[in-house]
Design a protein. Structure first.
Length: 185
């Protein structure tokens, strides 16, 4: 059975976006990209909300000539994966291997997990909150950036209790810390 992983970049104070929706407060380096690539190799499906999909669509046409190997690796991994976008407002998708669903379908995600041999990730705090609320998320990978944003979009739902078991942690030279948890509730 596949696991559903919530992978999120967050500030120290727990925000995935700043007060105006920006996500440009962290500059990924080789160590970060390599860690993400290692994590994403076990994934064959990305489950996105509209805004996360719109941020990630860059990788569909990102130039890879003259890019460092870790960027090429990430681009290749992203393009090879299936993507499912849940959005009521997105008119269409513009990437390969991508389907658009209008309603978040808990049972469809359960079936993907039950029939999967590779893990899935959920991307976007709002969609992740729905998946967490439905009991679908198995593990969380938080990449905590050394910045305090003071407001914005919370990485985790505000009214949900999650009991977590720390599985691993890693500190990067940039000051980013990766915390890997299993949801035990």
């Amino acid at each position: 059975m596949a696991k559903l992983l919530y992978v999120a970049n967050t500030s120290v104070d727990g925000y995935t976006e700043d007060g105006v929706g920006g996500i440009d407060w962290g500059a990924p380096d080789e160590e970060y990209f390599s860690s993400i690539n290692d994590l994403e190799r076990s994934v064959d499906t990305y489950v996105y909300g509209r805004r996360m999909y719109e941020a990630m669509i860059f990788w569909e046409t990102a130039p890879i000539a003259d890019q460092p190997p870790w960027v090429v690796d990430f681009t290749t991994i992203w393009r090879a994966a299936d993507k499912v976008v849940f959005s009521k407002t997105l008119a269409s998708v513009s990437s390969g291997r991508t389907t658009l669903e209008r309603e978040f379908d808990v049972e469809a995600i359960r079936q993907m997990k039950a029939g999967g041999t590779h893990d899935l990730t959920v991307g976007g705090a709002d969609l992740a909150a729905q998946a967490i609320g439905a009991g679908l998320v198995d593990e969380c990978h938080f990449f905590i950036w050394p910045i305090v944003l003071g407001g914005g979009k919370h990485a985790l739902p505000g009214h949900a209790r999650l009991d977590l078991q720390l599985l691993n942690e890693r500190r990067f030279l940039s000051g980013v810390v990766h915390l890997h948890y299993r949801i035990t509730q």
